[in-house]
Design a protein around this ligand. Structure first.
Ligand SMILES: [Zn+2]
Length: 594
């Protein structure tokens, strides 16, 4: 028998895979999201009877050794040895098989070094009554201190030397401590960035210690409050979550996960019974974080600090949650509280969990609060951004519900919002479809340009002026507005009347003077056009408009000139002639460039 067969017979593939993704029984096999490629539906299957896995999405398959090989990016032999160690299988009879490669040896040494460091720091903490007193004062029990193996690194060369001696007994050398970024060498003296810090050990998804977060304790300590291990081959902040390995079982069982911002928040949550809690490692939540959680849970509850930064972080999550299959809920804490301080006082979050808002109600509410006293234009632009997000929801009923809430909260017409939403949905569909093509960017551009050119120069000109009301002061603009269809022309002449009266031209003054019908058309226009139009683009629009209407413009002018001649108004004739030649000049320029 070889080592592979020996290990395979003693390890459950299901158990190994469940460390990385949640599986559900489906007949004689199990199904879940693939840990090797990102997907929203589960294409990954495991047959425990046959001891094999297969992904119908990325076509990866094999046995338990192949699974570990792939997930740990190691050789088959290394995978077998890793499994043997993790499941305490004695493989000494196979020791004649070639030893692990250099790189994997490095990897093993890294984890062993980290583990020793955790053990040593934990021992130091248990011996230090003032650090223990600090933790107790903050409400942390001895059980939680033990469960998370919290540690303390006393300061000074003597303690560094004690650590070095402790590790040396286990054949871990100074070199290993340096490689793991636990120690540093400066001026021939060894020191550590973790000295005089409370230590939060960080594990990877299968529970190996791979990094640390260190918090200063002394008030007079002026170093940054937190120091985290540097990124390495074995530690990526952007894809690891604090507490994940411990929370995994509970997350899979409840299909829910709580996401908090800090180590102490996570500890407080777990201590109060919310065992399915994880924390980001002093960085923003990434798509990788959410993808990891989506493989194990269906609902994500976010508990961020009730301050501007926390709020901002939640808004960033909105975009990400569409890319993974997770329902997002926001739990709002009272101002000034974080989960740890709140639990210290109330010892239960249940009341707040009941009031959790789904991310969209939360976003609609905060967007409306942000723009409550702003101009209509600001409101419309805020809601446009919002609707582009809402359009990504697959459930049409839910989309409509959110649009309703938005219309109410922002005091805008329901129909305009629904119309815009439908447009976003269609547009989003098109983009998604084109992304499967070879040149998505090019395709998107062509559609835009051709839409622009083929039709609606009138509409574009109208909306350009609506977006930049002061354009109406340009006499050329005023001339051409005369040739717009009467509804558009009448609306813009309201704008011109403001100029004629000598008042300052602002959008809000203009909007207030419009009829209901005009207002609703303006709303629609503002919602539809997302391009920013500058003076250059306006010039281009005017030229195109002029070219399209050239015959009508010329005939109208000729008629006006004849009339003025007949009634002997020489000044008017001269002004009209000048306008005529100006139009001709610009149209020649236009012909030149086209
Ligand atoms: Zn796959």
């Amino acid at each position: 028998m070889n080592i592979f067969l020996y290990v395979k017979q003693r390890v459950s593939l299901l158990d190994v895979v469940m460390q990385h993704t949640k599986l559900k029984r489906a007949g004689s096999y199990f199904k879940g999201q693939c840990p090797f490629h990102q997907e929203r539906t589960g294409s990954f299957t495991v047959s425990p009877d046959k001891g094999i896995f297969h992904c119908f999405g990325c076509q990866i398959n094999g046995d338990v050794i192949a699974f570990v090989e792939k997930i740990e990016q190691c050789s088959a032999l290394q995978a077998a040895r890793l499994l043997a160690e993790r499941y305490s299988i004695d493989v000494s009879q196979f020791n004649h098989v070639a030893p692990s490669s250099e790189d994997h040896g490095k990897k093993e040494r890294y984890f062993i070094t980290c583990t020793l460091f955790v053990q040593w720091c934990h021992e130091q903490l248990l011996k230090n009554s003032s650090v223990l007193a600090y933790l107790h004062k903050r409400g942390f029990s001895d059980e939680i201190i033990k469960q998370f193996a919290l540690g303390y690194f006393p300061g000074g060369l003597a303690s560094v030397q004690r650590l070095v001696r402790y590790c040396a007994k286990q054949q871990v050398l100074v070199e290993d401590l340096l490689n793991a970024n636990i120690l540093r060498r400066g001026n021939n003296v060894l020191y550590s960035a973790f000295e005089e810090r409370l230590l939060f050990p960080i594990t990877d998804v299968v529970g190996r210690y791979c990094a640390f977060g260190g918090r200063v304790l002394a008030l007079k300590d002026k170093r940054p409050k937190y120091y985290n291990s540097r990124e390495s081959n074995y530690f990526h902040k952007g894809s690891l979550l604090f507490g994940f390995n411990q929370a995994k079982k509970e997350i899979q069982q409840s299909e829910k996960v709580f996401l908090v911002e800090g180590y102490t928040d996570c500890l407080a949550m777990v201590q109060h019974g919310y065992k399915n809690t994880v924390a980001t490692l002093g960085t923003a939540c990434t798509k990788d974080h959410l993808a990891l959680l989506a493989r194990h849970a269906t609902k994500l509850y976010v508990l961020y600090d009730a301050d501007a930064a926390g709020h901002k972080a939640i808004m960033r999550l909105v975009n990400l949650c569409w890319q993974v299959d997770l329902e997002l809920y926001v739990i709002s804490l009272p101002d000034g509280d974080d989960p740890a301080t709140y639990l210290l006082q109330h010892s239960s979050l249940d009341a707040l969990i009941k009031q959790a808002k789904d991310i969209f109600s939360f976003v609609v509410q905060s967007v409306s609060a942000d723009v409550a006293n702003q101009s209509l234009r600001t409101k419309l632009s805020a809601i446009r951004t919002l609707l582009q997000q809402v359009a990504k929801i697959n459930d049409p009923l839910k989309r409509e519900l959110i649009a309703d809430t938005a219309a109410q909260a922002l005091d805008l017409s329901r129909s305009a919002i629904l119309q815009e939403l439908e447009r976003c949905v269609v547009f989003d569909g098109k983009i998604t479809a084109s992304q499967t093509g070879n040149q998505p960017v090019l395709q998107e551009k062509t559609t835009k340009v051709s839409q622009f050119e083929i039709n609606n120069i009138d509409k574009s000109l109208f909306s350009a002026i609506i977006h930049n009301v002061s354009y109406i002061k340009n006499s050329h603009v005023v001339t051409l507005v005369e040739y717009l269809p009467s509804f558009l022309k009448d609306t813009l002449l309201v704008l011109k009347s403001i100029v004629d009266q000598g008042d300052e031209v602002t959008f809000d003054v203009f909007y207030a003077k419009l009829t209901d019908e005009q207002q609703s058309y303006v709303n629609k226009t503002l919602l539809e056009v997302t391009d920013i139009i500058d003076e250059k683009m306006l010039d281009c629009l005017l030229l195109r408009f002029q070219k399209k209407r050239w015959k009508i413009i010329v005939n109208t002018l000729k008629k006006q000139i004849e009339q003025a001649k007949a009634s002997g108004e020489h000044d008017v004739v001269l002004a009209l002639l000048e306008r005529f030649s100006e139009l001709r000049r610009t149209s020649i320029v236009y012909k030149g460039v086209s």
